[in-house]
Design a protein around this ligand. Structure first.
Ligand code: HPA
Length: 245
């Protein structure tokens, strides 16, 4: 069985899938960190790979950009491929002063300016949150690796080019939001509705208030740290299910 956006067969994906936005990043992760990685999907060039990390099965597949895109891929993975855990590994623009470029931001919650939640017809406002089993293991991994990280709220925005960005960013900053990206809230809501787990970890690639940015080399280094946090989280989840290595 395949889906409109995924040609993999049942059983091709591991229980935990890492999702960068960029398909080239997914390929890099598979080639650099996974053993015996094999391509299981390539519809629209959204390469999905499954291999092992320290003996634990892990998959990696890109989400594309924005909530509609991650909404489609995560829905299909959760509902049609038996995936239990999706860890977004992306980049974000910081708005809080204490959040520096190259830091990791772990979204315990994801605010949004999107209308994604309207499909659930709730009589109120849903609060999209990360899953504690993933978040607690990711924090343990970040501590063990000694990387700078923050746990807090992200803003998942429908727009990258925003007509009122200065005012809007300042208002979200006043509410303590750490950084802006474009997918976490859509992923968290899709996971919640499916009864599955999700977490978004982002590296801060640029600072939207100070204008500070990372070089390509720095981005690669911090991306590697984020990858390790995500992979260790995936391995810890698998270990708990009885698999060891
Ligand atoms: N906005 C939205 N997404 C982002 C940004 C941003 O400024 N930087 C990195 N991802």
């Amino acid at each position: 069985m395949s889906t409109p956006h995924n040609s993999a067969n049942p059983g091709d994906f591991a229980k935990t899938v890492l999702m960068p936005g960029d398909p080239l990043r997914a390929k890099f992760v598979a080639e650099t960190f996974l053993e015996d990685a094999r391509l299981v999907n390539n519809v629209r060039g959204i390469g999905g790979y499954t291999g092992t990390y320290k003996g634990h099965p892990v998959s990696v597949m890109a989400s594309g950009m924005g909530m509609p895109s991650i909404g489609i891929y995560s829905y299909e993975l959760y509902h049609f491929y038996g995936v239990e855990n999706i860890i977004r590994i992306g980049s974000a623009g910081a708005i809080r002063e204490d959040v520096k470029v190259r830091d990791l931001v772990l979204g315990i919650g994801a605010c949004t300016n999107s209308n994604f939640a309207s499909q659930f017809s709730l009589h109120g406002t849903f609060a999209p949150t990360a899953s504690w089993p993933l978040l607690s293991r990711a924090v343990n991994a970040a501590e063990a690796l000694g990387v700078r990280y923050h746990v807090g709220n992200l803003l998942s925005s429908d727009t990258f080019y925003n007509d009122d960005s200065e005012e809007a960013n300042e208002m979200w900053r006043r509410m303590g939001v750490m950084a802006i990206e474009m997918e976490a809230a859509g992923l968290y809501m899709t996971a919640a509705r499916a009864g599955k787990n999700a977490l978004a970890i982002c590296t801060v690639s640029d600072h939207l208030v100070t204008g500070e940015a990372t070089t390509a080399e720095e981005r690669q280094t911090t991306f590697t740290a984020m990858m390790e946090v995500a992979l260790e989280t995936a391995a810890a989840m698998d270990k708990e299910n009885g698999a060891a290595s």
